[in-house]
Design a binder for this molecule. Structure first.
Ligand code: ATP
Ligand code: MG
Length: 412
């Protein structure tokens, strides 16, 4: 029997700030040695990402990680939502494993959760218990019912039970060491932990597309370094600064990285002076790929990443992409190849690179742009034109002039 809410003791005097974060990962391909590796890298990524907010202690459990920050748990939780590898994240309170303690905390957690809902209409509600510790004396369905009986009188008018389609689920995990109670399930970033799939090198321009391509590659578990080509003295410092800011912004999702900044004006002058004007852009791109391939070797990167999207501009027809890709043997990944511009823009906004990308700064490819760039380039013509260049010497000189910039991995 429940006393009426006016006679009841107040809900537990617990802090507004949750104590821990339960972060879940999908584990479809996680077996044996893979799992250990995955979990270790994920744990390292978590500690690194949250370090600036609070030190934290981690506890591994089946399919999830419990993160105990020393302070500012909500802020840490928002940070964890941006770490690849987690499907969902719940700020939680921990409890000793006895019914009264769990019930007290459950009232507190529900009280907090109800602040997010308007007074009307009533909220579809259920309690869901998971009992990892089977020695706990009350079975899950029984605990669901008893906790619901205990917490619902606080909000009698505002809750109704719906076991099938609850809007609000009060979750209780009974674990070997303690119990967790939570009522929020926030979306995780998905994907795989950065670092589980090796390294890639992204050709980063100042546009909208390439930062999104880098982000998608990080999402699939790659650590991404960056290479950008600049045309000083034809183009000023502003472009370089912008690229650096973009690399910082997108590295929020992976942590520290490197940006290789390559002087490219010499290659462009040679191509302008010695090759057909219509082929300039395609030939620039072939040089970029060759230089990037050399840097990739140095950075131990197994693939190049570009922001190309089929048909978006003249250099991105099937024929021209074929000409460009044929300059190197390293795999070139183009995560946006079949994206519409609107889809890319929506992602750029979501990951916080859009506003930076649209700041007007010229790109190096605009230098000596021909009036009529070739749309359907031929590889034979590219190779023919390049006999007028000392390709190896140009690549060597560009690589020798590379400036390496450390990227912190933060917003802005
Ligand atoms: P973005 O928005 O990424 O600049 P875009 O649609 O403007 O792409 P292009 O400028 O033709 O397309 O470039 C295609 C891809 O080539 C870019 O996404 C990028 O990966 C690479 N690229 C172009 N210019 C540079 C540069 N200056 N430095 C490094 N990479 C570049
Ligand atoms: Mg561009």
């Amino acid at each position: 029997m429940n006393p009426s809410s006016t006679e009841r003791e107040p809900a537990a005097e617990l802090s507004e700030e949750p104590e821990l974060i339960v972060a879940r990962y999908g584990e479809l391909w996680l077996k044996g040695k893979n799992r250990r590796n995955f979990e270790q890298i994920l744990a390292r990524n978590v500690l690194r990402a949250v370090r600036e907010i609070s030190p934290a202690r981690l506890q591994r459990a089946h399919g999830q990680l419990a993160i105990y920050p020393e302070r500012r748990t909500r802020e840490v939780s928002r940070r964890v939502q941006d770490i690849f590898g987690f499907t969902s994240v719940s700020p939680a309170w921990s409890s000793p494993k006895d019914f009264d303690a769990i019930a007290r905390i459950a009232r507190h957690v529900l009280g907090q959760a109800m602040r997010r809902y308007p007074l009307e209409p009533t909220v579809a509600f259920r309690v869901r218990t998971q009992r990892a510790d089977k020695t706990f004396p009350v079975i899950s369905t029984e605990l669901d019912r008893r906790i619901a009986d205990h917490v619902m009188p606080d909000f009698e008018e505002r809750l109704h039970v719906d076991l099938n389609e609850p809007e609000l689920t009060l979750s209780i995990h009974i674990r070997p060491e303690n119990a967790y109670v939570y009522a929020e399930r926030l979306k995780g970033a998905g994907g795989l932990p950065v670092g589980t799939l090796g390294n890639a090198l992204c050709l980063l321009s100042g546009g909208i597309d390439s930062p999104v391509a880098a982000w998608l590659t990080m999402k699939r578990g790659c650590n991404v370094s960056f290479v950008s080509f600049h045309s000083e003295p034809y183009i000023g410092e502003g472009s370089k600064r912008k690229i650096k800011q973009l690399a910082h912004a997108v590295s929020h999702f992976q942590g520290p990285s490197r940006l290789y900044s390559v002087p490219f004006a010499r290659c462009q002058e040679e191509i302008r002076d010695r090759c057909r004007p219509g082929y300039r852009t395609v030939l620039y791109r072939r040089m970029m790929q060759r230089i990037a391939q050399r840097i990739a070797r140095r950075a131990k990167a197994g693939a190049l990443i570009t922001g190309d999207s089929l048909g978006q501009v003249a250099s991105q027809t099937l024929e021209n992409l074929t000409c460009i890709g044929a300059a190197v043997t390293i795999p070139v990944l183009r995560p946006l190849i079949c994206f519409d511009k609107e889809e890319t823009i929506a992602l750029a906004r979501r990951i916080g690179t859009f506003d930076l990308s649209i700041r007007p700064e010229p790109d190096c490819c605009t230098v000596f742009q021909p009036t009529k760039p070739v749309i359907r380039g031929s590889l034979a013509v590219c190779e023919e034109e390049e006999t007028n260049l000392d390709v190896e010497a140009l690549v060597d000189a560009a690589v020798a002039g590379v400036e390496i910039i450390r990227i912190r991995g933060a917003r802005g």
